[in-house]
Design a protein around this ligand. Structure first.
Ligand code: APR
Length: 255
């Protein structure tokens, strides 16, 4: 496939690659995405995931924590070949960073170092107190729900605990957003993997990269509004696609 060859050539030529990922990179790990048929927003009401509703309604908090304890934070989920391909870019010295909308921790698990991951929508592996702002590992909090404490409170100050993912209507972590914007504006290749690119400000990142002169590549099962600006677009599954691309990259680097 010519597009696989083209993406491999872009990677070989690039010095500072930013990879931008969405829920589509994790579907092959068993986590549903949001907007594909049967996705999360087909099963749950996004309105229940707003920050305002969480802080103002005990019932919403109870529902949220129940959902989390039912394994929505599926800790035994493993990275798939797409995540490992991105970690391989890091080992080749080609990856500047991963900017992800995902809260599933899979880039870390695949071997991308902490300082190369920017989680724009937070991370579900932690709970944060809205009063004292202390963070607690989710595996410390979730067992309380199984013990019948339906809405856990902060172990430190008894304040309101919230999963550390960004809810609708909640501000994104500002330092992360600023750094992700800077990285997007200073890379030479920006690769989108598994995102509809419809949620802002995250979806501005590829726009910033393009405006700064980077080449854009998109690996996504379905078309996106940014396909028209991309040097290469591959509408197929991320796992098999990135495996093929990395095989070609290795071949070219060892020629
Ligand atoms: N390989 C490649 N692409 C895939 C795969 C796959 N195996 N599986 C799904 N996709 C594509 C889908 O076609 C879709 O275009 O990934 C995209 C996933 O899009 P969304 O479900 O909208 O997920 P995302 O773009 O990450 O959503 C952004 O919306 O609800 C909020 O906070 C949530 O971070 C999320 C944000």
């Amino acid at each position: 496939m010519a597009e696989i060859e083209l993406l491999a050539n872009l990677i070989v030529a690039a010095k500072k690659i930013v990879v931008f990922t969405g829920a589509g990179i994790s579907t092959e790990s068993g986590i549903p995405d949001f907007r594909s048929p049967g996705g999360i927003w087909d099963r749950f009401d996004p309105d229940d995931f707003t920050y305002q509703k969480f802080v103002s309604s005990l019932e919403t908090r109870r529902k949220q924590w129940q959902l989390l304890s039912l394994g929505a934070v599926i800790s035994n989920i493993e990275p798939n070949p797409a995540h490992y391909a991105i970690a391989e870019l890091y080992r080749l010295g080609k990856l500047d960073c991963v900017i992800t909308q995902n809260i599933d921790n899979l880039h870390r698990k695949a071997g991308v170092p902490e300082d190369r991951i920017f989680e724009l929508h937070g991370n579900m592996q932690w709970a944060r107190c809205l009063n004292c702002h202390q963070r607690f590992p989710m595996e410390e909090i979730l067992p309380r729900i199984k013990e019948g404490i339906e809405v856990p409170e902060c172990p430190n100050c008894h304040g309101m605990l919230k999963p550390d993912a960004v809810f609708f209507g909640e501000q994104l972590p500002q330092r992360t957003l600023i750094e992700a914007t800077h990285r997007s504006q200073n890379c030479d290749l920006f690769i989108v993997v598994g995102s509809t690119l419809v949620v802002y400000p995250a979806a501005y990142m590829p726009v910033y990269a393009r405006e700064a002169g980077a080449k854009i590549a998109i690996v996504n099962l379905t078309p996106t509004d940014l396909d028209q600006y991309a040097t290469v677009v591959i509408h197929s599954k991320a796992g098999e696609t990135l495996q093929k691309v990395m095989r070609k990259v290795h071949g070219k680097l060892t020629q």
